[in-house]
Design a protein around this ligand. Structure first.
Ligand SMILES: [Zn+2]
Ligand SMILES: [Zn+2]
Length: 251
């Protein structure tokens, strides 16, 4: 009897012959039998965020100063955060920035796999979340019209990738973006905060009993205004702990 792996291997080899896979970043052909659209060399160029960073919001601390393990940034000391922890996998620059752009604006959905893997390996390696305790994974939503125009919500694809990998429940509709706001790009911190006010709402048609821990996923953390607005709504579910993970951080 021939096992499934053998047929998968044959199928992949055949598909690669017809449509050779090339790296979305450097254009070189991908030899690895992974079906990824970023080569291993380019993936290694992604600058991961490592400690020290704020224990609450995940903001990286700069400089050579020795920070305590659970140090909190000045913003988190003065403001009550609606989430338990926020973390981001890597800096929003270079290959990652390019990758997110290609996914969002060039609709290169094949990038969901390598980018989703970055989230998965972060969750597997870091113990800021007890992944088995997560009851539900939700994405930051897109406005319906924007979503139809793009054909997908990139945060939703990434969140589903994570949920599927760890066999967790996933909901695309728990949070709804029912108002159109201006693009956050180019706005100041205060303008961003104002721009997302009352834009996200909780879908009350869901039965939310028994939810203890929710993981919210987004592609980029910039000032945190969107994350804060979404978390304030999610808090209304009565959830115990709200965790946030974003792929990239604009610092
Ligand atoms: Zn490459
Ligand atoms: Zn902080």
């Amino acid at each position: 009897m021939v096992d499934n792996n053998f047929w998968d291997y044959l199928k992949e080899g055949f598909l690669n012959l017809i449509y050779p896979l090339s790296c979305q970043n450097c254009g070189r052909p991908i030899k690895e039998s992974k079906g990824y659209s970023l080569c291993d060399d380019c993936l290694k160029l992604i600058k991961l965020i490592s400690p020290p960073y704020c224990y609450r919001c995940g903001k990286p601390f700069s400089g050579e100063v020795d920070f305590e393990e659970k140090a909190i940034c000045a913003d988190c000391l003065t403001k009550k955060r609606p989430y338990y922890f926020t973390r981001s996998v890597a800096y929003y620059q270079g290959v990652l920035r390019e990758g997110v752009h290609l996914l969002k604006y060039q609709k290169q959905v094949k990038l969901v796999q390598p980018l989703g893997n970055l989230l998965v390996s972060y969750l597997a390696k870091n113990d800021f979340i007890m992944i088995r305790e997560i009851d539900l994974v939700v994405p930051v939503p897109l406005f319906k019209k924007d979503c139809l125009k793009r054909g997908f919500n990139q945060s939703s694809l990434l969140a589903k990738y994570v949920a599927d990998y760890f066999s967790l429940y996933f909901s695309e509709d728990l949070l709804i973006k029912d108002k159109m706001n201006l693009s956050q790009v180019g706005l100041s911190k205060t303008e961003r905060k104002k721009n997302v006010r009352k834009v996200y709402t909780l879908n009350t048609s869901f039965s939310l009993e028994g939810l203890s821990n929710i993981l919210l996923i987004d592609d980029i953390f910039t000032t945190g205004a969107t994350i804060d607005a979404c978390c304030r709504e999610l808090k209304k579910t009565g959830v115990e702990k709200l965790y946030v993970l974003t792929l990239a951080r604009g610092v």
